[in-house]
Design a protein around this ligand. Structure first.
Ligand code: FCB
Length: 471
């Protein structure tokens, strides 16, 4: 920990270097709408959200922020905030409606317009190839439990990067494969909603493989672009070493070890031996997965606190995710997730900027040569509109404290390249539908009107002055 500054991370007037990139992020299914237009095929999130009981209020991404039709105005909005970079994702089912076969030109053209629109406005495009909207046809063939999906992904990555090339500054293979595998196939909280621990671990490997197969395609088609992956790290608290080790293995090292070190750790294989024998890892896979990346994307929101469950009394499962019947922790169902100290955001997630500093320092220690970028950080709060303004002081405070954490990490030698706030605008928050607002821009879902929240003005000031405002 840095030994100067406020203990609560409420510093002000912190300076960021001119090349530290500050921007904002979104994802295709959460904002685009136009779910059945221009040849887009259905994704697992269309199917899941249209299944009764899966999302809050039965909300779907059919219309979302209608960004698909409001592209130009949304680009102007980004420009008005002065964003230096914009992280978006590409919907695979717009490019290949059934997950294989030729490109759907109309779908591809949308992203061409987006990338060109960003470049015209001097905003750096950071594209994610997979932010969870798997073509439904591929799920029907087994989804991420089917090894073939990794090869289909590499093909999709090749087609997309061939078309957009290094007009995109940074190509990210996957967003949070932890969620795709463990929430999608283990807990059932995310699409496709399966609850099978062995399937979840199989998906982990095939997502890792998909990443490894896609990186060479990016290198070939976009030689000047940076290649990356974004992971949601779990910052794990508690006095119980065994519980912490187990959750670290499942949540963090299941991805970082194969991708960055070329191995699955023995303790992960042992902890999950009752669930699977990992025979789905074929000879040569780890060499394929272990690809150098230029920047590691870090998503951080809050911490977890764990301990081994003694089997007495009810087990607490406060891991920050919706309970949909299954477990996102295959082989570790006897680990408890304890309630944590507040304050909390509207997601019920604890606010812990020290966790971000700790995470960045730990990544530097584990992977000293690896540049990092915060690809998501932000907070949901129940905003109010007052006289045409959104006075979201709680979100500004959250962001200020996490910018402080990032600044302290940089001061301690972390090679942190930038910070992208989640999210540019309120949007479809997966299982929580439209009930949670993460935007620095408010969206009125009846009229699609956008109002820049006070936090949006705050971020614009940080970008233009290169410093957090004084307190
Ligand atoms: C992350 C997701 C992102 C958003 C935030 C709140 O896990 O990547 O799409 O939902 O959480």
């Amino acid at each position: 920990m840095a030994d100067s500054g406020n203990p609560d991370y409420r510093d002000g007037g912190l300076e960021f270097a001119p090349d530290f990139v500050i921007g904002s992020a979104t994802a295709s299914y959460q904002i685009e709408g136009a779910a059945r237009e221009d040849g887009r095929g259905p994704s697992i999130w269309d199917t899941f959200s249209h299944t009764p009981g899966k999302t809050w209020n039965g909300d779907t991404g059919d219309v979302a922020d209608d960004h698909y039709h409001r592209l130009e105005a949304d680009l102007d909005l980004m420009k008005s905030l002065g964003l230096e970079a914009y992280r978006f994702s590409i919907a695979w089912p717009r490019i290949q409606p059934t997950g294989s076969g030729p490109v759907n030109q109309a779908g591809l053209d949308f992203y061409g317009r987006l990338v060109d629109g960003l470049l015209e406005r001097d905003i750096t495009p950071i594209a994610t190839l997979y932010h969870w909207d798997l073509p439904q046809t591929l799920e029907d063939a087994g989804g991420w439990v089917n090894r073939d999906t990794a090869y289909r992904f590499a093909e999709y990555a090749a087609l997309t990067t061939e078309a957009l090339g290094d007009r995109v500054h940074t190509w990210t293979t996957l967003n949070e494969p932890w969620c795709s595998s463990y929430l999608g196939y283990g807990s059932g909280a995310h699409a496709p909603g399966r609850t099978d621990g062995a399937a979840a671990l199989t998906a982990v490997h095939h997502l890792n493989l998909a990443h490894g197969l896609a990186i060479p395609e990016i290198r070939r088609n976009a030689p000047k672009a940076l290649a990356s992956v974004t992971l949601n790290f779990h910052v794990i608290r508690g006095d119980d070493d065994e519980a912490r080790r187990r959750i670290d293995a499942l949540a963090n090292r299941a991805f970082t070890s194969p991708m960055l070190l070329g191995r699955y750790d023995d303790d992960l294989l042992e902890d999950t031996a009752s669930v699977t024998d990992w025979q789905f890892v074929r000879p040569g896979d780890l060499e394929l997965i272990h690809q150098p990346i230029d920047v590691l994307g870090v998503n951080y929101y809050s911490t977890v606190t764990v301990r081994m469950w003694d089997g007495r009394g009810a087990k607490t499962v406060n891991d920050g995710h919706k309970d949909m019947g299954g477990s996102p922790w295959p082989g570790s169902r006897d680990v408890e997730f304890l309630p944590q100290e507040g304050p909390f955001t509207d997601m019920g997630w604890n606010i812990a900027p020290d966790g971000l500093e700790e995470l960045l320092l730990s990544l530097k220690e584990q992977f000293p040569q690896q540049p990092l970028m915060i690809t998501e950080n932000g907070a949901a709060f129940p905003d109010r509109v007052v006289d045409g303004r959104v006075p979201d002081a709680d979100r500004i405070d959250y962001l200020n404290r996490h910018f402080t954490a990032a600044h302290r990490a940089i001061a301690q030698g972390v090679d942190l390249r930038g910070y992208l706030v989640w999210s540019l605008m309120d949007n479809f928050e997966w299982g929580y539908g439209y009930s949670k607002r993460f935007g620095i821009v408010r969206v009125d879902y009846e009229t699609q009107e956008r109002i820049v929240k006070d936090s949006g003005h705050w971020l614009a000031e940080v970008i233009s002055t290169r410093r957090t405002p004084g307190l």
